[in-house]
Structure formats: structure tokens, C-alpha cells
Ligand binder design. Structure first.
Ligand SMILES: [Zn+2]
Length: 196
């Protein structure tokens, strides 16, 4: 867990070089907060036990933090972190591969899977009976625009989700007019206006 890396791995960041800082790193025991050197950490790992969670289909897959690796010195992991921490892209690689965790983009809704599960497939251009007008709420993310198109009507249910088109962005960071026109096209192609 990144949490364990963040909370249990500590080093002296006043030392002048990354290498020296990395060499000062210790894993702090979650029970008593005492510092473990590599030997103590490996000894603790040896007392752990691997438990399979998924059904066995002939190939065992492991996705586990390098903090558990008997081949990695803590100083190597920390040196890697210090070299990568200032670049979002490199830090993402570190979190995904070294710590074996899913990287969550800043500002990105973590419950996207729940949203995906809630979408309804009503087919292109279909607006449910009673739908009087459509609105699109747009969430600007690093690499794409996520729109939520809703049909509004009277009575119950007054609102109905029509879909969540995702539009890749021309440029990350700031919404450009190109992004806006792609979004417009995407929505108007899918739900064409009968009046214009
Ligand atoms: Zn302890």
C-alpha cells in the first residue's frame, strides 16, 4: 500500500544527496514504530504467508509491493522514489509498478466504475418518451472530457441518464476550443436536434 510507503518508510531528508537520504531509510514497525533495517524487514516478510484470492487457472499472478521483495533493498526503492517523485508521469510508474497500486489521478472521480455500471444503453439518438430537453454536464479531465447527458421531462422520473460520452482531448490541461467543438459534434451526432 502506498499508505504503508507513505507512513512507514522514513528517511532523513536533511542529508545532502538522494543516495544518502535513501541509505538512511528504514521501514517503521506498524506495532511499535521501531525502525527496521533490511534484515529485520525480510525477517518479518518471511513470517508472512501468501494467500491466493482468485481461482487458480494454471497461472499464478502476483501484484505486490516491492516493499515485500526479498531482493530489493529499501534504499533502492527510496532512491527510485526520490528520482521520480517530482514528475507526475514517473511517480505514476512508481506507484503502479513498485508499490503495485492503482494510480488515482488528482481530481478524477474514483467511483468511475460505479458510474460506468449505472449507464443505460438506450441506443443512438433515443430519447425516452416524455424527454423534453437534454443537458450535458462536462467534467474536464487531464486527457479527456467526460460528458453526462441527461434527458429532462415532467413527472417521475424527471431525469434519465442517456449516456456518458468520453471525448479524448487535443491537449491536456486546459480546455481548448477544439475540445469543445469535438464535444458538440459528439453530442449532436448522437442526439440530433430536430429543429436545426
Ligand atoms: Zn515493532
Amino acid at each position: 500500500m502506498m499508505l504503508k510507503f507513505r507512513t512507514q518508510v522514513r528517511w532523513d531528508d536533511t542529508l545532502p544527496t538522494r543516495e544518502e537520504q535513501a541509505r538512511s531509510a528504514r521501514y517503521h514497525c506498524e506495532g511499535c514504530d521501531g525502525p527496521w533495517d533490511d534484515a529485520a524487514r525480510w525477517k518479518a516478510i518471511e513470517q508472512g504467508e501468501w494467500q491466493a484470492r482468485g481461482p487458480f487457472n494454471g497461472i499464478a499472478g502476483f501484484w505486490i509491493s516491492e516493499l515485500y521483495s526479498p531482493w530489493k533493498q529499501l534504499s533502492e526503492i527510496v532512491l527510485d522514489y526520490l528520482a521520480k517523485k517530482d514528475s507526475a508521469e514517473d511517480l505514476k510508474t512508481f506507484v503502479n509498478t513498485t508499490l503495485a497500486e492503482n494510480w488515482i489521478e488528482k481530481g478524477e472521480a474514483p467511483e468511475w466504475e460505479a458510474l460506468l455500471g449505472r449507464r443505460e444503453n438506450s441506443g443512438t439518438g433515443a430519447v425516452p418518451a416524455g424527454g423534453l430537453f437534454l443537458t450535458a454536464g462536462v467534467d474536464v479531465q487531464r486527457d479527456r472530457l467526460e460528458a453526462e447527458v441527461v434527458a429532462w421531462g415532467r413527472g417521475s422520473p424527471a431525469r434519465k441518464h442517456l449516456g456518458f460520452p468520453a471525448i479524448p482531448r487535443m491537449r491536456a490541461r486546459r480546455a481548448r476550443s477544439q475540445d469543445r467543438s469535438s464535444l458538440r459534434c459528439e453530442i449532436l451526432n448522437k442526439w440530433p436536434c430536430t429543429r436545426c
